[in-house]
Design a protein. Structure first.
Length: 102
């Protein structure tokens, strides 16, 4: 089995201003938003928001848009597989911090 591309060693050594780091952070952000939308709006609307993010990526970046959307999708799935549980807990916890008291 291949090693996870975004492992702790990679995170410790990557250029935090570089393209690889930005792509990782974008995928984590989309994944976090997916989990939050799933709690707030349901799975169907969370999927729709995710698909809209991919479509906007395609439209915004012209000829490179398809490749960038494909990378975002690939990273979303990869990170979700390896870090999804942690990211979901963090995303839901952030929601709870900002919800008004009942």
């Amino acid at each position: 089995m291949d090693a996870y591309r975004y492992n702790d060693a990679w995170k410790a050594s990557v250029d935090r201003c570089g393209e690889e780091w930005r792509a990782y952070c974008e995928a984590v952000s989309v994944l976090k938003r997916f989990f939050q939308n799933q709690v707030l709006r349901g799975r169907r609307l969370a999927v729709l928001d995710y698909e809209t993010a991919l479509q906007l990526k395609r439209e915004k970046h012209g000829q490179q848009g398809d490749a960038l959307a494909a990378r975002l999708r690939s990273d979303f799935l990869l990170i979700g597989t390896h870090e999804g549980e942690r990211i979901e807990k963090e995303a839901v916890s952030q929601l709870e911090q900002y919800r008004p008291a009942a």
